[in-house]
Design a binder for this molecule. Structure first.
Ligand code: MF3
Ligand code: CO
Length: 249
């Protein structure tokens, strides 16, 4: 299937899906503290999505057992919430998706648990900045490689590596649509971006090497070298002007 162009009506619905995801992530971020079990965040995530009229999109996706992904420290993405207890100094990535009237929103944030190291803080800021740099390239008539290259350039100029084996993606009725959106690439290459495309841009940055491995439970992706990793994601619509972030409150 090719990259789909959404109508104004479809984007209006995706705005609502995105708002649900953003609101619930904000609630979750406030709950994060030492002593909390990661599965407690999942319970809140599912309850709050449903309260706002949405459906958790991750639950049951290819057999994924939860509504939220919680990835701690060297875990990059797809951490399954469970009995792990958060401790001061951890960094945790919260990745959440919701469906509203048949359309998807997908977003992720990384937050610190209590006081975190300077390096962890720099990693989180660089990942957020890389997402912003990528989003700024999500413009009509740019190319996909402009987004990828901007993310990579921002991350590497700050001394961090970008994960290569997992990517962002188009999004709409399906969580994963074309195109794949790598976090590394060459400006001026790849498909031309057009008004009405909706993209989930999601840089994953590591302190050390970019390589990954699947750790326990067949889901959780970790850094191969055990270094810290952070992840931010927004669902974005391409307009004829400024990019519109859909996953905002
Ligand atoms: N937000 C993730 C993504 O963008 C999806 C999580 S995978 C799931 O691909 F299995 F948890 F759904
Ligand atoms: Co995603």
């Amino acid at each position: 299937m090719a990259i789909t162009i959404k109508s104004e009506r479809e984007i209006a619905i995706m705005r609502k899906a995105g708002k649900i995801v953003a609101r619930v992530l904000a609630i979750l971020a406030r709950e994060v503290r030492p002593g909390l079990k990661t599965k407690e965040l999942d319970v809140i995530a599912e309850r709050e999505i449903r309260k706002l009229g949405g459906i958790p999109s991750f639950k049951g996706y290819r057999g994924y057992p939860a509504s939220l992904c919680v990835s701690v420290n060297d875990e990059i993405v797809h951490g399954i919430p469970g009995d792990r207890v958060l401790v001061e100094g951890d960094i945790i990535s919260l990745d959440l998706g919701a469906i509203y009237e048949g359309y998807q929103g997908d977003s992720a944030i990384t937050v610190g648990v209590g006081n975190i190291s300077l390096q962890a803080r720099a990693l989180i800021e660089a990942t957020q900045g890389a997402l912003k740099a990528g989003i700024d390239q999500a413009r009509n008539k740019n190319r996909l490689g402009d987004i990828s290259a901007a993310v990579q350039q921002y991350a590497e100029s700050r001394g961090f590596s970008v994960v290569r084996e997992y990517t962002g993606h188009g999004i709409g009725r399906q969580m994963h649509e074309e195109p794949l959106i790598p976090n590394f690439g060459i400006p001026g290459t790849g498909p031309v971006l057009k008004k009405g495309m909706t993209l989930a841009i999601e840089p994953m940055l590591n302190v050390g090497d970019w390589r990954t491995r699947i750790c326990d439970n067949k889901w959780t992706v970790c850094t191969l070298d055990g270094s810290l990793s952070a992840h931010f994601e927004h669902t974005v619509a391409i307009t004829d002007g400024e990019p519109e972030i859909l996953t905002v409150e």
